[in-house]
Structure formats: structure tokens, C-alpha cells
Write a protein that binds this ligand. Structure first.
Ligand code: PAF
Length: 282
């Protein structure tokens, strides 16, 4: 696997692949790779001739009081994992390579889709995500890019700017990877103590309860949100940031749940903020 750390290195690598007529799949990550990321890599491997992963903890998507400094960085272990799923190249730049002195251009997706859910809780977050993902897609000259459903709102935002800015890439959303006990895989799970990890199971449990109610005919949005909230309240370590249902992928408000309803939650377990969701048809 090639390790690319400069803009010039990834540009040259992508140019070479294009010259050979190869399709390029990009999997952007912030590292601390887990099975969820590897699922994305495998999807990319199955669909594209060349797979480029990026490992970059993107400073512009973190708020001033968020976990940018503490975010787990374990590049050597990440490389081993990437090699185990036959990734061709990893792009791992320093922040100054991506945002050099004088940098002042950002991609800002305006409107409702960035103002709710995580956008409401984390001002500026999606501006940082949209900016770095635009840069990564351009640098890798990606034909396909792969993202997890755990960040379902992120996928809606990325699809929006890709369409609005006429970027020639196809965005793939891959289902959430879960541990056997239901916990959605996340790099932030590494922050959890054993007791917190046990408490965090309440997230998937609460969504499962709502999904079961939907399967049994419950269609009222407030009733489904209430089922989730009730279940979360049973766990003393859980502090709810939001429990919300929207149409997916539009993220428009709903009065009645249907097969494309996204039920999304953000919950703090101790100091760790976790997100999870379910699309009711799934
Ligand atoms: O989902 C993530 O890990 C990040 O938001 C992404 C897409 C890699 C951009 O930094």
C-alpha cells in the first residue's frame, strides 16, 4: 500500500491511475479505523479498480469545545487494517498541507439540511465536512466515494453539494456496522469505559424498540420519538442531545412515519457524544 502525505503525491497517484483508465474509489476517514470503516473499504474494493483511503482528522469540522485534540490517532494500526482489505493507497496529510497559510475557501451547504440534528448541535461542523470532502474528492479524482449510514445527515449534505457544485462523483451510502450486541461501530467508542460501553447499548435498544413499534403499525412520529426517549431515559448514564424523525434522504419534517423515515439520535454517555439511527424500512 502506498502512503501519500502531500498534495502532489496524491495528485500524481490519481493521474497515473486515470492514465491507465482505472476507476478510483475514495473512502474518507478520520482514522482510528474499525470494522465499519473496513466495510466501506470492502465496498469500494468490490466496485472500483483503485481504492484510496484518507486518514485525516479534519480540524475545520470540530467546534472549539469539541474533541479535536483528543480524537484517537493510530496511523500505524490503521495502515495494517487498510492493508488487510487490500486498499491501494492511503492519503495521510498534515493539517498544514490541507489548510496552508492563507487558506480561506469553504464549502457551505446552506439551508434546512444543515440546520437540524447534528448541524444544530455542532455549528460549522458541516461546513468543515463539506470543505474537506470536496478537497479529497478533487485530489483523489474519485469516481465513487463511500460513507457510512451512521452519519446519515452527512450523506444527505454531501449528496447536496455534489449535485449543486456539479462534482462528477457517485456517493455510496453503506449500512451501519454494529457490534454483536447492537452498538454502532464508532471511533469514539474508544472513549467509553466498560460501564459506559454497557450503558451505550441503550442507543440501539431504543431504536430497535421504535422499529418494532413501526412494524406493529405505529405511524405517529411523536409516538415513535417518545418510545425512543422513554427507553433512553431508563439508562441513568444517558443524556439526550436529540431524538428526531425526518423523511430520508430529504430530511424534511413528517407528520406520519413511512418506509423512508429516518429516526436519528444523539446521546451523551458520560462525556462521549454518540450518534445512531435507523431507517424504518431497513
Ligand atoms: O465521517 C467522517 O469520518 C468525517 O466526517 C469525514 C467524512 C472523513 C470528513 O472528515
Amino acid at each position: 500500500m502506498e502512503i501519500l502525505t502531500t498534495l502532489q503525491a496524491i495528485k500524481d497517484y490519481a493521474a497515473q491511475a486515470k492514465k491507465q483508465g482505472k476507476s478510483i474509489g475514495l473512502v474518507p476517514t478520520m482514522g482510528a479505523l474499525h470494522e465499519g470503516h473496513l466495510t466501506l473499504m470492502r465496498e469500494a474494493r468490490a466496485k472500483c479498480d483503485i481504492v484510496i483511503a484518507s486518514v485525516f482528522v479534519n480540524p475545520t469540522q470540530f467546534g472549539p469545545n469539541e474533541d479535536y485534540d483528543a480524537y484517537p490517532r493510530q496511523f500505524a494500526a490503521d495502515c495494517e487494517k487498510l492493508e488487510s482489505v487490500n486498499v491501494d493507497a492511503v492519503f495521510h496529510p498534515e493539517p498544514a498541507e490541507m489548510y496552508p497559510e492563507g487558506y480561506c475557501t469553504y464549502v457551505n451547504v446552506e439551508g434546512d439540511i444543515t440546520h437540524k440534528l447534528c448541524g444544530a448541535q455542532r455549528p460549522g461542523h458541516f461546513r468543515g465536512v463539506a470543505t474537506v470532502v470536496t478537497k479529497l474528492i478533487n485530489l483523489a479524482r474519485a469516481d465513487e466515494a463511500f460513507f457510512g449510514q451512521k452519519d446519515a445527515q452527512q450523506v444527505t449534505v454531501i449528496r447536496r453539494f455534489v449535485e449543486d457544485l456539479n462534482i462528477n462523483v457517485h456517493i455510496n451510502m453503506v449500512p451501519i456496522a454494529r457490534e454483536e450486541n447492537g452498538l454502532a461501530r464508532s471511533s469514539r467508542n474508544t472513549y467509553l469505559s466498560p460501564a459506559e460501553k454497557e450503558a451505550a447499548l441503550v442507543l440501539s435498544r431504543s431504536l430497535k424498540a421504535a422499529k418494532a413499534a413501526f412494524a406493529n403499525g405505529e405511524r405517529e412520529i411523536s409516538a415513535l420519538e417518545h418510545i425512543v426517549t422513554e427507553e433512553l431515559h431508563k439508562e441513568p448514564m444517558a443524556n439526550i442531545d436529540y431524538v428526531k424523525a425526518y423523511a430520508y434522504p430529504s430530511l424534511k419534517p413528517l407528520t406520519e412515519a413511512s418506509e423512508d423515515t429516518l429516526l436519528a439520535i444523539a446521546v451523551k454517555i458520560g462525556k462521549t457524544r454518540l450518534i445512531d439511527n435507523v431507517i424504518l424500512s431497513a
